[in-house]
Write a protein that binds this ligand. Structure first.
Ligand code: C2E
Ligand code: MG
Ligand code: MG
Length: 839
């Protein structure tokens, strides 16, 4: 709960990546838009200004061009006036000056004017124009004074025009002399050109020397004159008076041109002090030059102005390029910062969570999860944490389900096997012992079938609960199969295990209350001990199961594993089959081993020992086939066959007048659990009319100890019949004296293993001696078996043993052999105590 609150608090103090993204991206978008807007307004402003400038420049250029033209018109007008001073030319000059002033004024009022800082210069220009106006008036007045000169020139021009017209007329009139007239025309044009050259030279400054043009004029004139003269003398001309007249006129005109030319040259030569030309050259022309300079300056300004525009435009382009660069760097910085940020807050945590997931999946220890810096990472980590918790919970639940029985909630077979394996290993290391107990509910199927499965389930549940309560906490209880439970008793031995098994059986005898019905449930318990009966889990459970099966089969309740129970080997299984046939086909026979009474040193009886001669295997020891018979349930038929045969033999001896004494027959503890055992005995005793008091039944100590209470009960019933009972192989089953005391037995047979070693092993001698004393104290007779030497016989006699049995006394023999040793019956015809009589 606290953790969750903390989580919520920490989550509320975080911002989501989306929020941060929106915030940052909005900021960047605003920034980019601001930049774009600034750039756009800057560019549009600049381009607008540039457009205006272009317009201004074009307008200003137009004004300057008009101004330049007007100044040119002034120059041309002046030139024309100087050539031929006239009112019209003068008027032209004045008009051009006015136009110039008008255009100048327009230029001065133009917007470009104020921007180009030309005020001062344009002011000078105006002054110069006014000054030019004054000087022009003066020079034109000076020119007017030279009226005569002008007249000469007029005449000269008229003469020139006349000559040209005459030539044209002659060319049309006399076509045959075209070539001469062409030559005349060419020379005439040449002469006109030279005159113009002469005139220019003269206007540049009068001089005393003949100009170059003058010299050439004279030369060309002479040549022309010649050609005209030659043409006039041509017969075709002379022949025609009209033509002749025309040529004479031409010659006269040419003469007149020469006279006019001569006048002009004389006038030029005479007028050394040519004032108007000088004035024009030294006063007027500098004004013109100034004007032209100013116009040039204006034009340069226009050029500079367009240069400024270009510079301004390139500055705009530079600014935009800088903005683009700035934006690029800004974008790069944003990308880098964003990457670092995402690396630290998203990518790294995701990678860590992914690694943790993988480690988790691989079952390795989970690494510490990273700190969350944003909501998304927090959610991811929380989701992972929750998922891991859920997976762990589910895994635990699954493990619990896999390891436990759903009905009883006890650990299941799989769980038990794991615990058992671990217990085997630790016990091996510590040298400890423990017991595996298998409990099978008796007749559980019947309960299920008759009372229903639900009742069966309830019983199993309650059985499991009781079992758990009965045992120590550290002991393990498990449901092993449908109606089987298993118990692991830690640090225990055979005796304690048997004690616990008895305790369980006693407790389970208390009825179970299921749905108002009181049900008594018995169970069969098999015990296997570690390490005695097995050192691994499979061996121990298998053997405990075998012991349980034995207990169940023979209804002994409890059975501790013995090797002879183990029918698992193929050989034993085949033996079981053969044994069945052997019993049915009388392939068995009996041997009889004599027992000696110490007090009389005479035969006291015979022990009946079963023998099996197999056609294939030869002699098979009872130690081998008796357990097989017990385990396969054939022990009952076998025991019956042995009793039947032995009693028949005894009857035969009796009929032959022989006394076999007490006839001791070995029975299995399982026989005691057979419900019809006593009935069978009674039948046999009756059948062979055998005195009941001469029959001794030998039961092994271990078989009795498995279920002493039942043994006490059955043995009591047998004892009541009048027959004798003996505890065989005493000393091997660790039976408690308290139990021996309760058993209605007549004798103890000390196991031959103690007797055979008693002369060499002090311990065995002590056991034999104390057993004899103990038995005597309890009022029991003692038989020592395995007496195979005189020494032992003597020792046993000293120890006050009652009966002796062994190879030294006599080996087990066939009936025909033992017959020879049997004493005759003492009381011939004496009354035989039949069973019924005895009762
Ligand atoms: P047990 O009842 O203690 O019988 C005595 C066994 O000791 C016999 O072995 C006998 O031959 C052997 N024995 C006697 N004196 C000596 C001796 O001085 N030295 C040595 N080494 N052995 C001696 P056997 O006949 O092989 O029987 C073995 C066991 O098989 C018997 O032990 C008995 O428990 C069982 N058994 C034999 N016949 C039957 C039978 O008909 N029914 C049942 N239930 N068990 C039988
Ligand atoms: Mg015996
Ligand atoms: Mg014995």
């Amino acid at each position: 709960m606290n953790d969750k609150t903390h989580k919520n608090q920490s989550t509320s103090s975080l911002y989501s990546l989306r929020q941060r993204y929106l915030f940052v991206s909005s900021f960047i978008v605003i920034l980019i838009f601001a930049f774009a807007w600034l750039a756009e307004s800057h560019v549009s402003q600049s381009s607008q200004q540039h457009r205006q400038n272009i317009e201004l420049r074009q307008q200003a250029g137009q004004h300057i061009r008009l101004l330049r033209n007007e100044v040119l018109y002034i120059e041309k007008g002046l030139e024309a006036f100087m050539w031929g001073p006239s009112a019209a030319h003068r008027e032209d000059v004045h008009h051009s000056i006015d136009s110039s002033l008008h255009y100048f004024e327009q230029l001065r009022q133009h917007a470009w004017f104020s921007r180009s800082h030309m005020n001062g210069e344009l002011g000078d220009f105006a002054l110069d124009l006014n000054a030019l106006h004054t000087t022009l008036n003066r020079v034109m007045n000076m020119r007017l004074k030279k009226g005569s000169e002008v007249q000469d020139i007029k005449e000269f021009k008229l003469t020139t025009q006349h000559f040209t017209a005459t030539i044209e007329e002659l060319r049309h009139t006399i076509p045959n002399l075209t070539s001469q007239f062409n030559t005349i025309t060419e020379l005439w044009q040449q002469l006109q050109q030279l005159y113009k050259l002469f005139d220019k030279e003269v206007s540049n400054g009068p001089g005393n020397e003949k100009t170059q043009a003058q010299q050439q004029i004279e030369a060309v004139y002479t040549q022309l004159d010649k050609v005209v003269g030659a043409t006039a003398a041509h017969p075709q001309i002379t022949a025609n008076p009209a033509h002749h007249q025309l040529l004479r006129e031409l010659q006269e005109t040419l003469g007149l041109w020469l006279l006019s030319y001569a006048d002009i040259t004389q006038q030029n030569d005479a007028d050394h002090q040519n004032h108007d030309i000088n004035y024009l050259k030294h006063t007027v022309e500098p004004h013109f030059e100034h004007l032209w300079d100013y116009i040039k300056v204006l034009e340069n300004h226009i050029d500079d102005f367009s240069k400024d525009d270009t510079i301004a435009l390139s500055q705009v382009a530079n600014t935009i390029a800088k903005i683009v660069w700035l934006l690029s760097f800004f974008g790069l910085a944003v990308i880098s910062v964003a990457y670092l940020y995402f690396q630290g807050t998203v990518l790294k945590p995701i990678a860590t969570v992914a690694a943790a997931l993988k480690r988790d999946a691989d079952g390795e220890q989970v690494v510490a999860l990273p700190q969350a810096h944003n909501l998304e990472t927090r959610h991811l980590i929380d989701a992972y944490d929750e998922m891991r918790q859920q997976v762990q919970d589910r895994q635990q639940a699954l493990e619990h389900i896999a390891m436990h029985d759903s009905l009883t909630a006890l650990p299941n077979r799989y769980h038990l096997m794991g615990t058992l394996q671990a217990l085997c290993e630790t016990s091996q290391q510590e040298g400890a012992t423990f017991a595996v107990m298998m409990l099978g509910l008796d007749r559980f199927k019947e309960i299920n079938d008759t009372l229903g499965q639900q009742t069966g389930d309830d019983i199993l549940k309650k059985f499991g609960q009781r079992l758990r309560i009965l045992l120590r906490d550290h002991d393990n209880v498990a449901r092993f199969a449908s109606d089987e439970f298993a118990v692991l008793l830690h640090n225990t031995n055979n005796e304690e295990a048997l004690y616990v098994a008895r305790k369980i059986r006693n407790d389970m005898e208390q009825p179970f209350d299921v749905d108002g019905i009181s049900l008594s449930i018995s169970c069969s318990i098999g015990i296997a001990l570690f390490p005695e009966h097995g050192q691994d889990k499979d061996e121990l459970t298998r053997r405990a199961n075998i012991a349980m099966a034995i207990a169940k089969q023979h209804k002994t309740g409890i059975s501790c594993y013995e090797e002879r129970y183990d029918t698992s080997s193929v050989e034993r299984i085949s033996l079981a089959g053969k044994l069945r046939q052997a019993i049915q086909s009388d392939a068995l026979h009996l041997c009889y081993q004599p027992q000696l009474a110490v007090y009389s040193n005479k035969l006291s009886g015979l022990e009946v020992l079963c023998r099996w001669e197999d056609a294939e295997r030869g002699s098979i020891s009872p130690n081998e086939f008796i357990p097989v018979a017990e385990q396969t349930g054939q022990i009952h038929a076998l025991t019956e066959w042995v009793i039947d045969t032995a009693l028949q033999q005894a009857q035969q001896w009796r009929n032959n007048g022989l006394d076999c004494g007490i006839l001791s027959v070995n029975i299995s503890a399982f026989n005691l659990h057979a419900p019809n055992f006593i009935t069978m005995l009674e039948k046999q005793l009756q059948k062979w009319e055998f005195p009941v008091e001469k029959l001794m039944l030998e039961v092994t100590e271990t078989a009795m100890m498995a279920d002493p209470e039942h043994a006490i009960k059955t043995l009591g019933e047998l004892s009541q019949l009048g027959l004798k009972l003996s505890i065989d192989d005493y000393g091997t089953g660790f039976s408690s004296l308290a139990y021996v005391k309760q058993l209605p037995v007549h004798e103890l047979k000390i196991d031959k293993s103690f007797v055979m070693d008693m002369t060499t092993d002090e311990n065995d001698a002590v056991i034999v001696r104390s057993t004899i004393d103990l038995a005597h104290n309890l009022g029991l007779k003692v038989v020592a078996e395995g007496v195979d030497s005189q020494e032992k016989q003597e020792l046993l006699e000293i120890l006050d043993c009652d009966y002796l049995q062994g190879y030294h006394i006599g080996k087990p023999m066939l009936a025909a052999q033992i017959e020879e040793q049997l004493p005759p019956r003492k009381e011939k015809g004496s009354k035989v105590h039949h069973l019924r009589d005895f009762r």
